[in-house]
Ligand binder design. Structure first.
Ligand SMILES: CC(=O)[C@@H](O)[C@H](O)COP(=O)(O)O
Ligand SMILES: NCC(=O)COP(=O)(O)O
Length: 239
């Protein structure tokens, strides 16, 4: 069964709505770990709309599981990552005007830049994951440039409303996993996963970690974060 990385970006979204000091994502990470989170994920966006530099630095000192830093492959972010040294980094595409991450990284289309960023980060001892769509060419490119992990973008699967298309998208994810395993890539997945659509993804052979944020934080507003995390863990682990 995959492990659960809890993305706490949207705890910071509530704080930034008032530019105040609460709720603190650092406290949220502690509660998520108490609820059974296997890792903590944060996305330090270039526009700093939710997670702030201070959060990443404090989380590095306080997270007891592992810290996954999601970031764009820019020089500014690479410098921060090299300084903070998260347990692993997930490179994601970023557009300032987007509501959330819209698609996977085009690794195949920017191999030179990606090779150089991955070499810099992994050369400093930080494993790199590439957030990509479940497409054969992107998986091949991720393997070719030497990334340790990929994170399969589950957005298309998650947003699909009808069952037949959802089944089809699940097969696409399963085939992507098979291909990634032949390249010895380690496989994470995430984006848009909820209490209603996560189980089938958790059952795909080869899945190592699911990164889930918005749905867990939404439930936490109603039932508390520890319970929300525990319920997602139980769902992932149920046969
Ligand atoms: C890469 C991914 O799918 C998400 O982690 C996303 O980047 C989170 O960013 P937001 O929390 O800003 O939607
Ligand atoms: N990489 C995906 C992630 O961290 C969480 O995405 P979401 O559950 O907030 O859509």
């Amino acid at each position: 069964m995959p492990t659960l990385g809890v993305n706490i970006d949207h705890v910071a979204t509530i704080r930034q709505a008032r530019r105040t000091v609460e709720p603190d994502p650092v406290a949220a990470a502690v509660l998520a770990e108490l609820g059974g989170a296997d890792g903590i994920t944060v996305h330090l966006r270039e526009d700093r709309r939710h997670i702030q530099d201070r959060d990443v630095r404090l989380l590095r000192q306080t997270v007891r599981t592992h810290l996954n830093l999601e970031m764009a492959a820019t020089d500014e972010m690479v410098a921060i990552a090299l300084d903070v040294q998260p347990d692993y980094i997930t490179l994601v595409p970023e557009r300032r005007e987007e509501v959330t991450t819209e698609g996977g990284l085009d690794v195949a289309g920017q191999q030179d830049r990606m090779t150089s960023v991955v070499a810099q980060l992994q050369g400093a001892g930080i494993p790199v994951s590439l957030f990509i769509d479940p497409e054969a060419s992107q998986i091949q490119a991720a393997a070719a440039i030497g990334a340790k992990f990929i994170e399969l973008h589950t957005g298309t699967y998650a947003e699909t409303k009808d069952e037949a298309t959802q089944e089809k998208e699940l097969t696409v994810l399963a085939q992507a996993c098979k291909q990634a395993l032949t390249h010895n890539l380690r496989i994470n997945a995430g984006h848009g996963l909820t209490y209603w659509n996560t189980r089938p993804v958790a059952q795909i052979p080869g899945m190592e970690e699911l990164n889930i944020g918005h749905s867990i934080i939404s439930r936490a507003v109603l039932v508390g974060l520890e319970r929300a995390v525990r319920e997602m863990k139980q769902l992932i682990e149920s046969p």
